[in-house]
Design a protein around this ligand. Structure first.
Ligand SMILES: *Cc1c(COP(=O)(O)O)cnc(C)c1O
Length: 402
C-alpha cells in the first residue's frame, strides 16, 4: 500500500475504544495534536527522479488525491482497525462502495445472491445497472439459510446481506452465511451500516468484505456523504484499483469529518441502542401499537442470534400502529420534535412511513412480501432525552388509541 505513515498508534492489541481515537493518526512536522486535513488535489516532488519513482510505484507516497490522500488514509486506517480488517478503501458514498466492490470482483455472467430486505438503491444497482452487464441477482429471505443455499449456483460469486435489516430488524447468521459462501467458492459481503463495528464485527464472524455508508452512524451527525469497503488485503487491492481509476474517491474534508466521528462512535452507538431499547419497550405497551419490530425485544424471532453476534441492537426500529396508513400518518404528523425524513444514523431521531417513502415504488404485493405493512412507521432513534421522544410520539399515539 502507498503509505509513508507512522503506524505507532495502530497497535492491534488496543481495545476498540482506543483504536477509535488513536488508530491511523500520524503527525506532520507541525506536531499538531488533532488529525490534520490535507485539502490538496496533488503532491509535488523534489526531483524528476523522485516523481518517476512515485508514479511507478517504486517508492511509496502520495501522487494525486484520486489515488491516495493522507486525510482519507487516516480514516481508512482507523476504520480498518475498528473492523479488525487488513485494509479499507474509502469511497464518495455508500453506494459508491457497493458499486466499486461489484466492479472490482464481479464479471459478466456472475451471480449475486442477496437478502430481499436491502437498501433500495442497492437493489436498483444490482437489478438495473449490474443487470445491464450480465450480472444477475437472486433475492432470498434474510434469515432463511436454506433459501440462501438453494439460490446459489456455480455462477454465484457474491453473497450480500444487510443485518439487521431495515426497517424490520431481521437478523442474518453471519457465521453460517460465511460457511455457505466458503463451501460454494463465493465471497460474503455484509453491509454493516446499521450496527457499525462498535456493535458488530462481520470480519471476525467470517465475512470477506464489509460495506459502509459512512453517511450514517460513522459520521453520526448528518454532515457528509461517504462510504467505505473493508476486508482482506488482496480483495481491497482490486477495489482500490476501481476507485483510483474510475474516481468515486472520498473528499479529504469528508474523510476528516468521519475520522472525528469514529472517535465517539462507540459511545454514541451504546447510547443509541439504550434509547432505542427503552423506546421499543414503551411502544410495545401502547394501545395504539400492534407490533414492534426490534431485535432487542425478547419476542423478536432472531433475538437470541442478535444477542450472540451483536454487542447491541442498534437504533432502527419498526412500529406498526392501528388504522393502517392513516394511523401511521396521523402519528408522524403529530410529532413536533422528531425529523420527518428518510435518513437515519443521526443524533436527531428520524421518523418515516416506509410504505409511501423508502418502499413507495414497490407494488402492493412486493410491499406485502417485504413485510411493509400500511401501518408501519420506521423510527431511527437518536440521542435526545428519552422522555421528550416519548412525549412527541405519545401525542399522536394517544389520539389514535382514542
Ligand atoms: C444509506 C445506505 C446505503 C447507501 O449509502 P449512501 O452513503 O447514501 O450512498 C447503503 N446501505 C445502507 C444500509 C444504507 O442505509
Amino acid at each position: 500500500m502507498q503509505d509513508d505513515f507512522d503506524h505507532s498508534n495502530d497497535v492491534p492489541e488496543y481495545a476498540l475504544d482506543t483504536l477509535a481515537i488513536r488508530a491511523g493518526h500520524h503527525r506532520t512536522f507541525e506536531q499538531e495534536h488533532s488529525e490534520p486535513i490535507f485539502p490538496t488535489s496533488s503532491f509535488v516532488y523534489e526531483s524528476a527522479a523522485e516523481a518517476a519513482r512515485k508514479f511507478g510505484g517504486k517508492e511509496s507516497g502520495n501522487v494525486y488525491s484520486r489515488f491516495t490522500n493522507p486525510t482519507v488514509h487516516t480514516f481508512e486506517r482507523r476504520l480498518a482497525a475498528l473492523e479488525g480488517a487488513e485494509r479499507c478503501v474509502a469511497t464518495s458514498s455508500g453506494m459508491a462502495a457497493i458499486l466499486s466492490t461489484a466492479l472490482a470482483l464481479l464479471s459478466q455472467g456472475d451471480e449475486i445472491v442477496a437478502s430481499r430486505s436491502l437498501f433500495g438503491s442497492t437493489v436498483s444497482l444490482f437489478d438495473k445497472y449490474l443487470g445491464k452487464f450480465g450480472i444477475t441477482t437472486r433475492y432470498v429471505e434474510l434469515s432463511d439459510l436454506d433459501a440462501w443455499e438453494r439460490a446459489i449456483t456455480p455462477a454465484t460469486k457474491l453473497l450480500f446481506a444487510e443485518t439487521p435489516s431495515n426497517p424490520l430488524s431481521e437478523v442474518a447468521d453471519i457465521a453460517a452465511l460465511s460457511k455457505l459462501a466458503k463451501e460454494h467458492g463465493a465471497l460474503l459481503a455484509i453491509d454493516n451500516c446499521f450496527l457499525t463495528p462498535a456493535l458488530q464485527q462481520p470480519i471476525a464472524l467470517g465475512a470477506d468484505l464489509v460495506i459502509h455508508s459512512a453517511t450514517k452512524y460513522l459520521d453520526g451527525q448528518g454532515r457528509a456523504i461517504g462510504g467505505a469497503v473493508v476486508g482482506r488485503f488482496d480483495l481491497l487491492e482490486e477495489v482500490f484499483g476501481v476507485v483510483r481509476t474510475c474516481g468515486p474517491c472520498l473528499s479529504p474534508f469528508n474523510a476528516w469529518i468521519f475520522t472525528k466521528g469514529l472517535e465517539t462512535l462507540s459511545l454514541r452507538m451504546k447510547a443509541h441502542s439504550e434509547n432505542a431499547l427503552a423506546l421499543a419497550r414503551w411502544l410495545a405497551e401502547h394501545r395504539a401499537v400492534e407490533r414492534v419490530h426490534y431485535s432487542g425485544l425478547e419476542h423478536h424471532a432472531q433475538h437470541a442470534l442478535a444477542k450472540k453476534q451483536q454487542r447491541g441492537f442498534g437504533a432502527v426500529l419498526g412500529v406498526e400502529v392501528i388504522n393502517g396508513q392513516q394511523g401511521a400518518w396521523q402519528v408522524i404528523d403529530a410529532t413536533r420534535l422528531l425529523s420527518i425524513t428518510g435518513n437515519l444514523g443521526d443524533v436527531k431521531t428520524t421518523i418515516t412511513h416506509p410504505g409511501t417513502t423508502t418502499h413507495g415504488r414497490l407494488s402492493d404485493a412486493q410491499r406485502e412480501a417485504a413485510g411493509i405493512a400500511p401501518g408501519l412507521i420506521r423510527i431511527a432513534v437518536g440521542l435526545e432525552d428519552q422522555q421528550d421522544i416519548r412525549t412527541d410520539l405519545a401525542r399522536g399515539l394517544d389520539a389514535l388509541a382514542g
